[in-house]
Design a protein around this ligand. Structure first.
Ligand SMILES: [Zn+2]
Length: 362
């Protein structure tokens, strides 16, 4: 009987174990299968006027991003800040920083494969509303989505949506600058519009990206205001913050599982050499179950071509090393790789429930 029991129960136990194993493998497999992911390349300011405009007229629209287009196009999503209107109407005084690029320069953006741009910065309205609307027309015609501006000012905060890896990504863009010129979509001093609009937009997408044109020019450490705005946006639902305007790199940070790229520097610009012309391409990979992997690949911009290029190894190491130090100043410690890139992982944030006593009064 004992022997019979043994022979009867052993296969049953084994079967159970096997079934459990199969089930767990199947569940794990399906969890992986269901873990959606996408890649994005994000870069900073793209200005297509002044000496860049002359370079385009001389060498053609495909000359500017010739060295990096293949790199950018490998990603599902390509983002930049478009730092000039594209129009043939309105004021034009490029040497006084009143930018207006020829509409044909939109082909620089299509050459790089950019599919989403920010139109919320201090140059968006350089030539008035008419040329801003021309810019939106051209972007529409070439299939490039934009965030931070609409045809009616009141709806300028509305997100643009991009599909990637089976996910709907929302993109919003704001300026947060102390001077008065600039875009229609601005962060209010008390952040109330930002918090409300981000929370509303978050419900419409799987992941919300918020771009800010903010901070102080040529400052490599973010201001208190930048930090406060970033945290407020993430608290309201943003999953990634893309910053620009200082024209130099600022550190990579993270808050509640959301990366903050405080300033991505210049990408296509004609400023003087030095740190203003040293930048990076930020390649981000997002996986729903794991979070973010971010790789910053150093680039430099040189006249007279004024397009980004990969620098020699010692310069690349210097740029990546500087970005690492700047990141340490905002609390993160990315890894310098042997390829002279900088790598940062930001794990998906798991909210820890507040103790009942602490939470009860909220
Ligand atoms: Zn700016």
């Amino acid at each position: 009987m004992g022997c019979r029991t043994f022979t009867m129960t052993r296969p049953t136990s084994l079967s159970r174990i096997c079934l459990l194993l199969i089930a767990s493998i199947a569940l794990t497999g399906s969890a992986f299968a269901q873990s959606r992911h996408f890649t994005m390349s994000a870069v900073g300011d793209v200005m297509l006027d002044r000496a860049v405009g002359s370079a385009i007229a001389r060498n053609g629209t495909n000359s500017i991003l010739a060295k990096v287009r293949d790199h950018l196009r490998r990603s599902d999503v390509r983002f930049c800040n478009l730092e000039c209107p594209l129009s043939s109407r309105g004021a034009h005084a490029p040497h006084d920083c009143v930018f207006r690029a020829d509409p044909s320069t939109v082909r620089v953006l299509t050459d790089g494969g950019f599919n989403i741009v920010s139109v919320a910065n201090n140059h968006t309205l350089n030539c008035g509303a008419r040329s801003f609307l021309d810019t939106l027309d051209i972007l529409d015609r070439f299939g490039i989505k934009y965030a931070g501006g609409r045809r009616d000012k009141v709806h300028s905060w509305w997100p643009a949506y991009v599909r990637a890896g089976g996910m709907v990504l929302g993109f919003m863009a704001y300026t947060d600058l102390s001077f008065d010129s600039g875009a229609w979509n601005k962060v209010s001093p008390d952040l109330s519009n930002l918090k409300r609009e981000v929370a509303l937009s978050r419900r419409q997408c799987d992941l919300l990206v918020v771009s800010f044109h903010w901070g102080e020019e040529y400052q490599s450490v973010p201001s208190e205001r930048q930090r406060k705005v970033a945290r407020a946006a993430i608290d309201a639902g943003a999953g990634l913050i893309l910053g620009h305007h200082p024209h130099v790199l600022e550190g990579l940070a993270a808050y509640k599982g959301a990366p903050i790229l405080y300033s991505m520097g210049n990408f296509v610009f004609d400023q003087q050499q030095g740190v203003k012309m040293q930048s990076s391409i930020f390649d981000l990979r997002y996986d729903e179950s794991r979070g973010w992997d971010i790789v910053a690949t150093p680039v430099t911009i040189h006249g007279p071509r004024f397009g980004p290029d990969y620098p020699p190894a010692d310069t690349a190491r210097e740029i990546a090393g500087r970005l690492r130090k700047l990141s340490a100043k905002v609390g993160t410690y990315p890894q310098l790789t042997k390829d002279n890139t900088l790598w940062l992982q930001v794990k998906t944030h798991t909210a820890v429930a507040a103790p009942a006593a602490a939470g009860s009064g909220r």
